[in-house]
Design a protein around this ligand. Structure first.
Ligand SMILES: CC(=O)SCCNC(=O)CCNC(=O)[C@H](O)C(C)(C)COP(=O)(O)OP(=O)(O)OC[C@H]1O[C@@H](n2cnc3c(N)ncnc32)[C@H](O)[C@@H]1OP(=O)(O)O
Ligand SMILES: O=C([O-])CC(=O)C(=O)O
Length: 375
């Protein structure tokens, strides 16, 4: 087992509140959502069942599920004012900034006037986020104004349909269910904690999600899937990957998609997404990126005892489905929004403003000097 320092910087290992949503690494490497094992959910459930579980506390029965799906489907279309804003965002903007702005504008147009409306606004965001990113992407990159509705009932397939304009490969639709399930919830990770801090001030739901998106954007958190892709696509073959990684490690560079703040020896999501990447490589007809990724995994474990986190094999899996790299982290948002907002509801239900203390390391008491007398 890899020794992990707990405590100190980054609030590591400190309990900062209670949750009934998720356990992370409780038996070293496990992950459960409301008591259900992640591998079970990813192998058998659809993403929207898991979204419902997080939001409403139980897996839906058939009629609850059908109603939920049809509510989400009815909330996909974007207001014209939001589309106008999206059209003005420059092509070279980061898609995560587009997501953040999209949610913020939605909050201006459809304000959460009271917490009793929270479920309605949450469903609206879950339904509209794929349209926000695809509308902007298609307009900016291809000059097309797309419909933000589709015949697809699931969020993953709906996203792919808007992205490609074609009917969706059923294998890809299944892979998206698994991927979105894996990303949906992860206890007090940085972006969820940001959402809870915002919620603890009794702010509105759109502000909570905006704070979370900004926090997920960084390469040490959700941005790692894109950063991992940028790295592996430079490697010519597995031997080149091994040689390059050895150089990066010697230079003490961070290898994106490896390591985790909580897990000690593996991330339980990796086995699931790796299996999908393997299957999708066959469908893609070229296994080289999968083999490169596998070699990275071997080298990182052999050299540093560092394991792939949820992000690493997501890079190749998304690539095999034809998803452009800059849209990788926005997919994470489409999923994690369900976890973030479940946490906001939990925080609101038992709130005290989150306000920790700091250990002061600055100077002792100073005497104020008029500006003319200062050196
Ligand atoms: C969905 C998610 O958000 S999962 C995380 C996605 N992020 C990444 O993949 C970015 C790469 N990984 C990292 O930067 C880190 O592993 C984090 C941010 C995920 C966790 O950070 P920490 O909890 O501080 O890491 P941890 O305490 O395990 O680090 C132990 C040592 O391993 C090193 N290390 C950890 N991860 C990596 C890595 N990916 N590459 C190289 N070295 C690493 C650290 O630098 C540290 O070395 P040091 O003691 O000499 O400073
Ligand atoms: O939990 C964390 O620190 C990072 C995270 O969000 C995840 O792994 O899904």
């Amino acid at each position: 087992m890899v020794d992990k320092k707990i405590g100190g910087a980054g609030l590591r290992g400190q309990v900062a509140g209670e949750t009934a949503l998720c356990t992370v690494g409780q038996e070293g490497s496990g992950l459960t959502y409301r008591g259900y094992d992640i591998s079970d959910l990813a192998d058998h459930a659809e993403f929207e069942e898991v979204a419902y579980l997080l939001q409403y506390g139980k897996l839906p029965n058939r009629s609850e599920y059908d109603n939920y799906l049809s509510r989400l489907k009815s909330k996909r279309c974007l207001p014209v004012e939001l589309k106008e804003v999206l059209e003005k965002i420059p092509t070279n903007s980061h898609p995560m900034d587009v997501m953040r702005t999209g949610v913020s504008v939605l909050g201006n147009l459809e304000e959460e006037a009271s917490f009793s409306e929270q479920d309605d606004h949450i469903e609206r965001m879950v339904a509209a986020l794929p349209g926000i990113i695809c509308y902007w992407y298609q307009f900016c990159y291809h000059g097309r104004r797309i419909e933000t509705d589709s015949d697809e009932s699931s969020i993953g397939a709906h996203f792919l349909a808007m992205l490609t304009g074609k009917s969706v490969n059923p294998l890809f639709a299944k892979a998206m269910h698994a991927s979105l399930i894996l990303y949906a919830e992860h206890e007090f990770n940085a972006s969820t904690f940001a959402a809870r801090v915002c919620a603890s001030t009794l702010s509105d739901i759109h502000s909570c999600v905006t704070a979370a998106i900004g926090t997920l954007r960084g390469p040490l958190h959700g941005g790692a899937n894109e950063a991992a892709m940028a790295m592996i696509e430079k490697f010519r073959d597995p031997d080149d990957a091994e040689q390059s990684l050895m150089g990066m490690l010697a230079r003490k560079e961070k290898i994106m998609g490896f390591g985790h703040a909580v897990y000690r020896e593996s991330d339980p999501r990796n086995a699931v997404i790796k299996k999908w990447s393997d299957k999708l490589a066959d469908e893609y007809g070229d296994r080289s990126l999968f083999e490169i990724s596998q070699r990275c995994e071997e080298v990182m474990w052999r050299e540093k005892k560092l394991f792939c986190n949820a992000d690493f094999f997501h890079a190749s899996a998304y690539h095999f489905m034809g998803i452009p790299t800059p849209l990788f982290t926005p997919i994470f948002v489409m999923s994690r929004v369900t976890g973030w907002t479940a946490h906001v509801k939990e925080q609101r239900a038992n709130n005290r403003i989150i306000r920790p203390s700091a250990e002061y390391t600055g100077p002792n008491l100073q005497t104020y000097q008029p500006i003319e007398e200062r050196d």
